[in-house]
Design a protein around this ligand. Sequence first.
Ligand SMILES: Cc1c2[nH]c(c1CCC(=O)O)Cc1[nH]c(c(CCC(=O)O)c1C)Cc1[nH]c(c(CCC(=O)O)c1C)Cc1[nH]c(c(C)c1CCC(=O)O)C2
Length: 357
Amino acid sequence: MSLELPTTGDPRDSDLVRAARGLPVRRTPVWFMRQAGRSLPEYRAIREGTSMLQACRTPDLVTEITLQPVRRHGVDAAIFFSDIVVPLQAAGVDVQIVPGVGPVVANPIRTAADVAALPSLQPDAVEDIATSVRQITAELGGVPLIGFAGAPFTLASYLIEGGPSKNHEHTKALMAGAPEVWNALCAKLADISGTFLRVQASAGASAVQLFDSWVGALSLPDYLRHVQPHSAAALAAVADLDIPRIHFGVGTGELLAAMGQAGADVVGVDFRVPLDVAAERLGDAYAVQGNLDPALLFAPWEALQPVIADILTRGKSAPGHIFNLGHGVLPDTDPEVLTRVVEEVHASSANGQNSVN
Ligand SMILES: Cc1c2[nH]c(c1CCC(=O)O)Cc1[nH]c(c(CCC(=O)O)c1C)Cc1[nH]c(c(CCC(=O)O)c1C)Cc1[nH]c(c(C)c1CCC(=O)O)C2
């Protein structure tokens, strides 16, 4: 494995972890959701002939794919190569990832009996995940690894709908019509996600991110009543490990403060809410992460550069800013643009107002 990674330094003192804690940084840290895989030709080559979920359970592949974007782009963090449905499959759920579609569940969960039959996740069922994390962190040196899990609402939506959903109709119907079944399901999912986060954190991840990608489909009252307690339980599973917790969703402008209050240090912001507005909604208590529109990576550099500058300026309103996209890297993104964004963020934020030196 070719290695051009910094091998010294303590990831707990990295700019990513410092920004997450609201401490001064050397440069604004930058990484990209979905940086592993997707747009990288070296990813497509190594994945040839291996299904997504098989790849996620093969430590040498997970290690290589996690490191690829760090080597190529010089990002300030690695994101663990896995998927939000990996812990569900490890627990015994019949789920596949269909290329171009996403997770598809063989037997959707709709009743109290379905929920009762959902198994829990034993840490020894994901021993390979701990092995992958240990291999990756040994190679990363001072670069932090971000572990992750899906939040109860987003996982529940896949399990209830049976696959990706635009309207989440069965999910919302269960939440409203059978709240006790909904709560039982989400309590189990919080436990599975919490275990998955804890396995990664205990094996050496320096931060964790809880992905509630589709929770922007809910109103604030429904979020507070039906979802926040369960997300809080998942995040609480790593509260004693003293690593920053990032909480992310799409279309969550109305939910930002509630997502912070679920137990996060950093709140992910999509491209709809400028970072200074997000910081105001959050009060002074949270760092922010985001919010470059992934579609703008297809625009000419002259159009993209001022947007990056604007995000860096607005990000100063929060106690800490981690530069990222508002959602994941789109598959056809030119990887060279990602590298250029990293260089630009680093160059324009070095010795900036929030810097140490
Ligand atoms: C909703 C969600 C899923 N998975 C994930 C989320 C939350 C993040 C988000 O909102 O984007 C999280 C995820 N999935 C993957 C990662 C790996 C690390 C990274 O961010 O680079 C992470 C963090 C790999 C993956 N997960 C998946 C791929 C593509 C599969 C492949 O390369 O064969 C990758 C690299 C598959 C997947 N898995 C899922 C979807 C919607 C898809 C895409 C389906 C498609 O368009 O093909 C469910």
